[in-house]
Design a protein around this ligand. Structure first.
Ligand SMILES: NC(=O)c1ccc[n+]([C@@H]2O[C@H](COP(=O)([O-])OP(=O)(O)OC[C@H]3O[C@@H](n4cnc5c(N)ncnc54)[C@H](OP(=O)(O)O)[C@@H]3O)[C@@H](O)[C@H]2O)c1
Length: 275
């Protein structure tokens, strides 16, 4: 049976944006502890991580959207459920969870139980779980939903050693794809260790000139032209899309082909062949 916390005057520490500006203008402040809604849970945050999408909070657009009010920064989190609203059925105090919600750079956050919130597997440490949601869901959406990755496909991941790329390598392998990863020298062993069967060091080799062809390309680095990307794909109809964190907006266009815009940057996924 869940315990419902009364809204109290208890203060918590949080990283707050008061207006458009740079990261250096963010302030660590004492704010009121949020209270869970009837369908929500209060999470004691044990770990969080920073992603490009977190910068949106400090943009003029975000500031206007929230009526010029301050906002707590951060999205990814892992922590422990402290209290639940009276209608909550899936969680109870003491559950270890992870997910994504606005306001994660704080000691506590409130989130609907229907939000991006799941139980944390027991063997996964909080710091690892707190770095999964935004980058991991971006890679998953790009490869599975837009790229429609299939077992046996040859997949090229340009920018394989960073936040999105390291998830993409592992996700593509879990779908049974054969993965070629592009990164710099210092990360060659890293991407091999997470499953890439072939690695191209972009400091010594240009993947667009090697003559290799792929069924699907995920362009996380976003530093190559469309014509260069198309050159490495098998001939056939194309579908393109990009991963985006669940918290950002997007739009789909054109039935056969799709593209989604993200506020925080492009992760382009290009696939060859019809399905
Ligand atoms: N992180 C997210 O959750 C997220 C969500 C949606 C969209 N995005 C967008 O996705 C893009 C990447 O984000 P990220 O968080 O993955 O960035 P990141 O952690 O900085 O990773 C960047 C990747 O690009 C590689 N790279 C750099 N220069 C390259 C080059 N010349 N050729 C090929 N690869 C190169 C890096 O390899 P080395 O380090 O080995 O040089 C690294 O693998 C950004 O535009 C971001 O806005 C990110």
């Amino acid at each position: 049976m869940g315990m419902v916390l009364a809204a109290t005057a208890l203060k918590i520490r949080a990283v707050v944006s008061h207006g458009p500006g740079s990261v250096s203008a963010l302030k660590m402040e004492d704010i009121d502890r949020p209270a869970p809604a009837d369908d929500g849970v209060l999470v004691r945050v044990r770990a969080s991580s920073a992603n490009p999408v977190d910068l949106f909070t400090i943009t003029p657009v975000a500031h206007m959207q929230r009526g010029l009010k301050g906002a707590v920064v951060g999205t990814d989190f892992a922590g422990t459920v402290e209290a639940v609203g009276k209608n909550v059925t899936r969680f109870e105090p003491g559950d270890d969870v992870f997910g994504g919600a606005r306001g994660a750079f704080a000691e506590y956050l409130a989130i609907s139980e229907q939000g991006a919130l799941v139980r944390k597997p027991a063997g996964v440490p909080f710091d690892q779980a707190g770095a999964v949601t935004v980058a991991g869901s971006t890679a998953l959406q790009a490869l599975r939903d837009h790229g429609r990755v299939q077992a046996g496909q040859r997949v090229l991941i340009n920018g394989a050693s960073g936040g999105v790329g390291t998830f993409a390598v592992q996700i593509a392998r879990s779908f049974g794809a054969e993965v070629t990863a592009v990164c710099s020298t210092r990360n060659v062993e890293l991407v091999r260790s997470i499953g890439a069967q072939r690695v191209i060091d972009y400091t010594t080799e240009d993947f667009t000139l090697g003559g290799e062809r792929y069924d699907l390309m995920l362009d996380v680095a976003g530093n190559r032209s469309w014509s260069e990307c198309l050159r490495v794909l098998e001939a056939g109809p194309l579908t393109s899309g990009l991963g985006q964190p669940a918290s950002s907006t997007g739009r789909a266009v054109d039935g056969g082909r799709s593209a989604i815009s993200s506020r925080c940057g492009w992760v382009r996924c290009v696939a060859a062949g019809a399905w």
